[in-house]
Design a protein. Structure first.
Length: 229
């Protein structure tokens, strides 16, 4: 199975279910039962808090946002607070990553490549500090990255703003950067929807890692026991 990247499109999945599925799949990748896998999906509205998140990142508190239909979930991934919602492409590579920095930069490079193919000139900014991890269009952030590695296999991953609502980013301190400006493909003038972008992103990701893309169904991953809705 060495050299394959199983790519699975899951549609819209509640955040906690996706996290549990990742843990299950990571155990199987570690055990050698599966090759590297990348899950591509969307989430219902949710703020996620990474390991470095601070109380002030969510100024109005968790209950305030849950009452307004945005869930709040604490996660073991790196980074701080971010937002996920419909129209944002989320990618969870469950992949061997012996070099964490190289893995993060490879994800950034894959996203920069696919965005360039859409006519959007993007870049990474790691050299400016860990708080700038992700992908940027000039000074506007278009993609966030946060991972968790165990036994040299990574989970969590990236989120690219395609045509999602950007307003929820403005109500919190996203990415630990009080003055961050978020953008999306739509905001940058690209009309292509998430379905086409998802396919291009999957191909760019496999190419960046030098892996053979194999498109598989949730059933093939034995994910049929999960209610994906």
């Amino acid at each position: 199975m060495t050299g394959d990247l199983w790519t699975c499109e899951l549609g819209t999945v509640e955040y906690r279910r996706a996290a549990a599925l990742q843990e299950e799949l990571r155990g199987r990748v570690i055990a050698g039962e599966l090759p590297d896998v990348v899950l591509l999906l969307e989430h219902p509205p949710v703020y996620t808090l990474g390991r470095r998140s601070e109380p002030g990142d969510l100024p109005m508190g968790e209950d305030f946002w849950r009452a307004r239909g945005i869930d709040v979930v604490r996660t073991p991934r790196g980074g701080k607070l971010t937002y996920h919602g419909p129209g944002q492409l989320v990618g969870y590579p469950i992949i061997h990553a012996s070099d964490v920095v190289a893995h993060i930069r490879a994800m950034e490079a894959a996203l920069v490549a696919v965005l360039d193919g859409e006519g959007v000139r993007a870049r990474g900014r790691d050299h400016e500090g860990a708080q700038y991890t992700g992908v940027w269009v000039e000074d506007r952030k278009i993609a966030s990255i946060g991972i968790h590695v165990s036994r040299r296999v990574s989970m969590h991953g990236f989120a690219v703003n395609v045509d999602n609502d950007l307003a929820p980013f403005g109500d919190v301190i996203a990415c630990g950067l009080p003055d961050v400006r978020m953008t999306s493909l739509q905001a940058e003038g690209v009309a292509e929807g998430i379905e086409c972008f998802r396919k291009r992103a999957a191909y760019a990701f496999a190419r960046q890692y030098g892996l053979r893309q194999r498109i598989v169904t949730p059933t093939r991953l034995e994910a049929e026991t999960w209610t994906l809705a």
